[in-house]
Design a protein around this ligand. Structure first.
Ligand SMILES: C[S@@+](CC[C@H](N)C(=O)[O-])C[C@H]1O[C@@H](n2cnc3c(N)ncnc32)[C@H](O)[C@@H]1O
Length: 815
């Protein structure tokens, strides 16, 4: 199967995983309570043990679920994430075996620095570039020993809870291993005797057939003993891997595959679509590994907030409270993995004080790849609950300007809470549909954009097991539609001429190709961007080939992360560099990029009764090339001329505003003058149409947002608008006052700042101004095409941002 990792690369990953078993540095005395610092305990993913006596319902009854795909972070609201006894969140105390393993499975040729200790000061420098250098693998032999130690099945009895001991005793893996060992022994003997494998001399094959009788293949097999199903799955996988040697005579590969799929559905509770997808992406053996890994939990990890502390200091403080932890691995200078804890790690004084964020390790990756620089303008398009936003702010050292956008007002509260707790002062929070951001903020206005897109959540099944039973191909396509629109908007926001940046990072917690490579491939056809290396030290290559589909070859530079390989949530990260502003001319410009998977998409849209490409082309929205109707060269470009001119004009104004802001900062004034000037300048802007919103066919479930913003004219009008918008922002959609961090109005805020100016506030938690879009539906669609109140006005976001940042100017000095 095209694009599947081969055995060689998998063993290279395993070897690299060993390499990642880093040296055993310690903060202080290694006997100090709370240290293990034996990375061997957790650097390798470990398949969970499925107890054969537990009914499958029990295995699947994971009350510890997240609220779906959007929550790949802990919300951290009220600080009670992980608090003891919370059934909704992670348990406060995890056992060592649960916490085992965040791997650095690497690709061929990738190296991991093993120099120095994980705790070295150098690790904790406040630098954006976290990539380690060097390639020593001096611990390889020791690591091999470690591996042996792990594989020898010995119990770390002291460290296991009773329940785990019991689980070990009834370990179905052991039973299966014994069966496999016997089978192998038999195969060896028959091989030595020159008999075909599976047959012993003079004997009938001793094992019963794995398949139902050929004439009963479709018959309902009825409820089955789960032990039998599990054993059969493993046997089926073995036969399928060496089909010619091990198959029963007269039985086809398809029959074996069908039986395997039935068994996976039966045993693990996946639906047919999900099983087909996984078996299409991976070899049988690897698909089973992934499925098994999805049954386990990923380790609890946290990220040090370098705006407030250092990892070493944080670790010492937590250890003193009885938290058993280690550095996450050489690839991150700020991460810690928590093995076990005597206290709820979501409610420690350090947590409350914002010294760390409880955050899945995979969430570090897109931000590391984005590598935001100090002083830049950066946008996080889908920010809630803010795990990545706060990391971006930390890497920017609270300088520059960070736009944290989230379409869901309820989820926005968690962003605000986390920004405050973590002491972020360079962020402006907004509540727009991300597709509208190029209008709200202005096209080509930021240096970098992160789109951590809403997705199907197929990478985080361990957090939300409903995904394995509920996701359908149609839902995946719906996600892909929205993701394409959002990605184009992200690209449109970024300025190709940025001196320091010009980058977009696209990430999802989905492993579906439709939502990942396919979405990026689409963007490559529509915009002047190229895929560049993520800068991440590990991860599997993205697909350039998948089934019958082909993507741009550069997509191999994207990175995929898997629970069974890296012990991380399933994740995709791709970094794009913008090479020119504007769209690609549709005739010609796209020719070097293969078509994406839209053919299938059309079929799905048709099935759903949604407008297909063919239908949409009648309204002039679809890509003519796809329909075989090439547009006249330059036609699209001409159509785009007008908004581009507006954008140019706008960026001139924006530059003027920025200059003014810089001067204001220099003067360290309270910002009233700057805010006024900003409002004046921004008030004169017209809303450019959002190229992204026009670009992609609207899925029927996600109605297009009205494209036009308010006409803005005089300065007076603009000021009135700003005040109105700020007032409306102080209430949520359902009318409740939002907690704490909403700007009552720009003017009032500035007055408040003036009052507070002389008050000493060493660790002042800044309020985050919120700028809201029109009322939205569940998925970000706007409720009505007719705006009921003032709609987004170009530059509104910018106005609020400037007002806030001008007021804070003195704090933006480097700490
Ligand atoms: C994967 S989560 C983001 C997680 C976040 N980046 C973090 O690290 O904490 C995706 C977010 O996108 C939001 N979202 C969904 N549709 C959106 C849209 N059209 N525009 C902006 N955000 C959207 C969801 O509400 C959800 O909070």
């Amino acid at each position: 199967m095209a694009g599947r990792p081969n055995a060689k690369s998998r063993s290279a990953e395993a070897a690299a995983g060993k390499q990642m078993k880093a040296s055993t540095g310690a903060v202080t005395n290694s006997k100090t309570k709370g240290f293990t610092d034996h990375n061997k305990k957790w650097l390798k993913p470990k398949a969970p043990v499925a107890s054969p006596v537990e009914p499958r319902e029990k295995l699947m009854d994971d009350s510890d679920t997240d609220d779906g795909v959007m929550d790949d972070e802990f919300d951290g609201q009220g600080g009670d994430a992980l608090s003891a006894g919370s059934s909704e969140e992670e348990p406060a105390v995890r056992t060592v075996s649960e916490a085992k393993g965040i791997s650095g499975g690497l690709n061929d040729g990738e190296h991991v620095s093993m120099r120095g200790e994980l705790w070295s000061d150098e690790d904790e420098s406040f630098e954006g570039d976290e990539a380690g250098e060097g390639d020593e693998d001096e611990e390889a032999s020791e690591d091999e020993d470690d591996e042996d130690e792990e594989d020898d099945g010995s119990d770390d009895s002291d460290e296991l809870l009773d329940v785990e001991k019991k689980a070990r005793h009834i370990d179905v893996d052991r039973v299966t291993r014994e069966a496999e060992a016997k089978a192998e022994q038999r195969a060896m003997q028959t091989h030595l005797k020159g008999l075909p494998e599976g047959e012993e001399e003079g004997d009938e094959p001793s094992r019963p057939s794995l398949l139902p009788a050929a004439d009963a293949a479709d018959a309902d097999q009825g409820p089955q003993d789960l032990n039998t199903v599990l054993r059969r799955m493993k046997e089926l996988a073995r036969v399928l891997e060496s089909f010619q040697q091990l198959r029963e005579e007269g039985r086809s590969r398809a029959e074996y595959m069908d039986q395997l799929k039935k068994d996976i559905r039966e045993y693990y509770g996946y639906n047919g679509f999900m099983v087909d997808t996984l078996l299409g992406m991976f070899t049988v053996a690897e698909a089973l590994e992934l499925i098994e890994a999805n049954e386990g939990r990923r380790p609890i990890t946290l990220r040090t907030n370098t705006l407030k502390t250092r990892r070493r200091e944080l670790a010492a403080a937590l250890i003193a409270r009885g938290v058993n932890l280690d550095p996450i691995g050489k690839w991150s200078k700020v991460g810690l993995v928590v093995y076990e804890s005597n206290v709820p790690v979501g409610a420690t004084p350090e947590y409350m004080a914002g010294h760390y964020m409880l955050q899945g390790a995979s969430s570090f990756l897109p931000v590391m790849s984005l590598a935001p620089q100090e002083g830049e303008q950066v946008v996080d398009m889908a920010a809630a609950p803010g795990g990545k936003t706060t990391y971006i702010a930390a890497l920017m050292r609270n300088t520059g300007m960070l736009f944290a956008n989230e379409v869901n007002p309820q989820r926005l509260k968690s962003v605000q809470g986390n920004l405050q707790r973590m002491g972020v002062t360079n962020a402006v929070v907004s509540c727009y549909d991300g597709r509208e951001l190029p209008k709200a903020l202005g096209a080509h206005t930021v240096d970098r954009a992160l789109l951590d897109a809403p997705c199907s959540g197929t990478g985080v099944i361990s957090k939300d097991p409903t995904v394995k039973a509920n996701k359908s191909q149609q839902e995946i396509w719906k996600c892909a539609h929205l993701q394409k629109q959002l990605l184009l908007a992200a690209i449109d926001l970024v300025d190709a001429g940025s001196k320091t940046g010009g980058y977009v990072v696209y990430s999802t917690c989905s492993i579906m190709v439709e939502e990942n490579e396919n979405v990026v491939n689409y963007a490559l056809r529509k915009r002047h961007v190229k895929v560049v290396p993520t800068g991440l030290e590990f991860g599997r290559e993205g697909f350039a080939k998948y089934r019958e589909f082909r993507f741009h070859p550069s997509l191999t530079q994207s990175r995929r992360f898997y629970p069974h390989v890296h012990n991380l949530d399933g994740f995709f990260v791709c970094k794009l560099k913008k090479v020119a502003n504007g769209r690609k001319e549709q005739a010609g410009g796209e020719d070097d990029v293969p078509s994406d998977m839209e053919g299938t998409e059309d079929a799905v849209a048709a099935e759903e009764g949604a407008p297909t490409k063919a239908a949409a082309s009648k309204t002039g929205r679809a890509d003519g090339r796809k329909q075989g109707k090439r547009k006249a060269p330059g036609a699209d470009a001409a159509a785009e001329d007008a908004p581009l001119k507006k954008q140019k004009k706008e960026s001139r104004i924006l530059r003027a505003v920025k200059r003014e802001l810089a001067e204001e900062r220099g003067k360290t004034q309270t910002g009233m003058a700057s805010a006024t000037a900003a409002a004046d300048a921004a008030g004169g802007l017209n809303a450019p149409s959002s190229p992204a919103a026009q670009d992609v066919q609207q899925p029927h479930s996600l109605a297009a947002a009205p494209a036009n913003g308010l006409p803005t004219g005089s300065t007076k009008q603009a000021k009135a608008e700003l005040a109105r918008e700020a007032r409306s922002a102080s209430t949520t959609a359902d009318g409740d006052a939002m907690q704490g961090s909403v700007t009552p109005s720009a003017g009032a805020k500035l007055k408040k700042k003036k009052r507070a100016k002389n008050a000493p506030a060493p660790e002042r938690e800044e309020e985050q101004p919120v700028i809201k879009q029109k009322k939205q539906g569940k998925h970000g669609e706007q409720k009505s095409k007719k705006a009921k109140g003032p709609g987004p006005t170009t530059g509104k976001l910018l106005e609020g941002a400037i007002a806030m940042l001008a007021a804070r100017a003195p704090q933006h000095a480097r700490r």
